[in-house]
Write a protein that binds this ligand. Structure first.
Ligand code: DGL
Length: 270
């Protein structure tokens, strides 16, 4: 059967795959981790559009019936362009979940942790324009965090210091709700909780994105007919498969085969 495709700069988008797996366990899933070009966050949008087109093209060549852009940064820069380039493939993208955050906040202050490219993009600006509804939205770019996660340095003093530096301005501003605007950040949930306690709400878009994936599959008639057996999970990386397998294991993410992405050299030239 044709898989649902996902891509991200690394392990982050697996937080989205994990939710899709929970909701649609019979679907086959194919995940491309573009670790050779991680991080995406500091890259200019024209470069991100070329990278996203290469990743989506690879997934479609490998049979994906739908592509989930499991990355806020790539969605911000490239989602509209991907839909134009691949008109026969449905795309589901990510945007920091500002709307539910505004619904939850009591202090009227919402923090958004994201990469520089996500904060600079139109998608987030549009969502804030539409949904802020008088709430104060405090954006915080988090350079360096994705790299620490990809290194597996979840608890290192440097990672904790970075988190503290990025969260402090949000707490100082009075935020009671913090949006995780990068699919890597839910992987630091225990470390974030240790810093901020349990009273601040942390919002991750992945469960809502999984619902959206199910809805789009239904609308397009692409849902896998019931089989009673779990679908397969396959990971491909433009980086080192052994390193990706180790991260998946350490983070207790859905298990699956891990392979080198065939054609990875073409990616590296982009
Ligand atoms: N997981 C990507 C996102 O959601 C990380 C981007 C990066 O590689 O900097 O934005």
């Amino acid at each position: 059967m044709q898989p649902i495709g996902f891509f991200d700069s690394g392990v982050g988008g697996i937080t989205v795959l994990r939710e899709v797996r929970r909701l649609l366990p019979e679907e086959d899933l194919l995940y491309l981790a573009d670790q050779a070009r991680c991080p995406y966050g500091p890259r200019p949008s024209d470069e991100l559009r070329a990278i996203a087109a290469a990743c989506a093209g690879w997934l479609i060549e490998h049979g994906a019936k739908m592509v989930v852009v499991a990355c806020n940064t790539a969605s911000a820069a490239a989602l509209a362009d991907l839909r134009r380039r691949f008109p026969d493939t449905p795309f589901v993208g990510m945007v920091p979940p500002v709307k539910p955050a505004v619904a939850h906040t009591r202090s009227g202050v919402v923090g958004v942790l994201a990469t520089p490219a996500t904060l600079a993009g139109d998608l987030l600006r549009d969502v804030i324009d539409h949904w802020a509804n008088g709430a104060r939205i405090v954006p915080q770019a988090c350079p360096g965090l994705v790299e620490r996660i990809e290194e597996g340095a979840f608890d290192s003093p440097e990672t904790v210091a970075l988190l503290r530096r990025y969260v402090a301005p949000l707490l100082d501003a009075g935020a009671d709700t913090i949006v995780l605007g990068c699919t890597h950040y839910p992987l630091l949930l225990p470390q974030l909780r240790a810093l901020i306690g349990n009273d601040i709400r942390l919002l991750d878009a992945a469960p809502a994105v999984a619902q959206r994936v199910a809805q789009v599959l239904r609308e397009c008639g692409l849902t896998r007919p019931p089989t009673g057996t779990p679908g397969s999970v396959t990971y491909a990386t433009t980086g080192d498969p052994a390193r990706l397998a180790d991260l998946i294991d350490r983070l207790d993410l859905p298990r699956g085969g891990v392979v080198a992405a065939a054609g990875a050299s073409a990616f590296r030239k982009a």
